[in-house]
Design a protein around this ligand. Structure first.
Ligand SMILES: Cc1cc2nc3c(=O)[nH]c(=O)nc-3n(C[C@H](O)[C@H](O)[C@H](O)COP(=O)(O)O)c2cc1C
Length: 301
């Protein structure tokens, strides 16, 4: 038997696989289902202080090697979300990571403070969604904005570890992570989707109604590995590393890049039993390579 357990800022996980935000929405039953399927921790869809409608359809497309979405962070707002998070915390049997999104520093702090009353194990700050601001205006685009959000949330939320979710669509993600660490972040989540576009050449139109979307899925893996590796070099916080992970071998590569836990997003649509199979494939690889526990997997220098 290999030991797949890991921990994030003191939060223990039986295996390193984390359901990524937005993949199963914010309904408690769907989050609990991911836990039953074998996720070691589960992240809810990002919610904001007030309800958000999101973009008009079409909001998502799937291709064999990538997915593109511009959902626009539609969510029922933090008040409606509290009960779902409470139910998931009570019944999932694994740590629940509650994700929040906001359009200002103050609203990030207020949304995080409100969701903290549902007692999730970790609060994740989605400062990197590519589809809701004008291009280049994500809080994760520069060190100053990223650390301002982090400081404001840490000032309001004292007893729950905070993970800051970053985008690889920047020249130096490592320095942004290092600045978040200085501002009090406990964990870094990386990466969010990358800005992208698909064109219907017969209709002569962008496929998504929003024109641009965020790309996820297998094609994202090399970008995510590089981002996680760059973060590891400049920041000593635990990392939830993900983007394009669809197999046990991808997950091992993510750990070798520097991840402490591995997020699984689009893979739940590419594979029938993503969590069960990826855990099994990790175990098989580790057994074949004579590893007994995750911490024995050495980082790539
Ligand atoms: C349909 C969809 C909705 C998403 N919604 C969110 C969200 O609300 N908040 C967030 O931080 N990330 C969101 N993401 C990004 C994922 O959490 C993840 O970072 C990204 O998909 C890359 O991982 P993957 O290649 O494993 O899917 C969403 C992704 C998809 C495909």
């Amino acid at each position: 038997m290999v030991d797949l357990s890991t921990s994030l800022a003191g939060v223990k996980m039986k295996n390193p696989l984390v359901l990524a935000s937005g993949i199963r929405g914010n309904n408690a039953k769907l989050l609990i289902r991911a836990a039953k399927e074998g996720a070691g921790a589960v992240t809810s869809k990002s919610c904001s202080l007030m309800p958000r409608e999101g973009h008009v359809n079409p909001t998502a497309i799937a291709a064999p090697t990538y997915m593109l979405n511009a959902i626009g962070l539609s969510n029922p707002g933090v008040e409606a979300e509290l009960g779902e998070i409470q139910e998931a915390v009570a019944h999932a049997g694994v740590p629940i990571i509650a994700s929040v999104y906001a359009d200002s520093v103050e609203n990030f702090a207020a949304a995080a403070a409100r969701i903290s009353s549902a007692k999730p194990a970790i609060i994740e700050l989605d400062i990197s969604c590519p589809n809701v601001h004008k291009e280049g205006e994500m809080f994760s685009s520069n060190k100053e904005a990223a650390s301002e959000v982090t400081r404001a949330v840490k000032a309001k939320v004292k007893n729950i570890p905070i993970s800051v979710k970053l985008s690889a669509n920047v020249p130096d993600i490592g320095s942004i992570a290092a600045e978040c660490q200085k501002s009090g972040a406990d964990i870094i989540t990386a990466i969010n989707t990358m800005p992208a576009m698909c064109i219907d050449i017969r209709a002569k139109k962008a496929v998504l109604a929003n024109q641009y979307g965020g790309m996820s899925g297998p094609a994202l893996l090399p970008i995510a590995l590089r981002a996680v590796h760059s973060i590891r070099k400049k920041c000593s916080l635990p990392i939830i590393g993900g983007g394009g992970v669809t197999s046990g071998e991808d997950a091992v590569a993510m750990i070798m890049a520097g991840a402490t836990a591995v997020s699984i997003g689009s893979a739940v649509w590419y594979r029938k039993d993503a969590f069960g199979e990826i855990n099994m494939e990790m175990s098989q690889f580790m057994k074949a390579e004579n590893y007994h526990k995750l911490s024995e997997i050495k980082l790539i220098e």
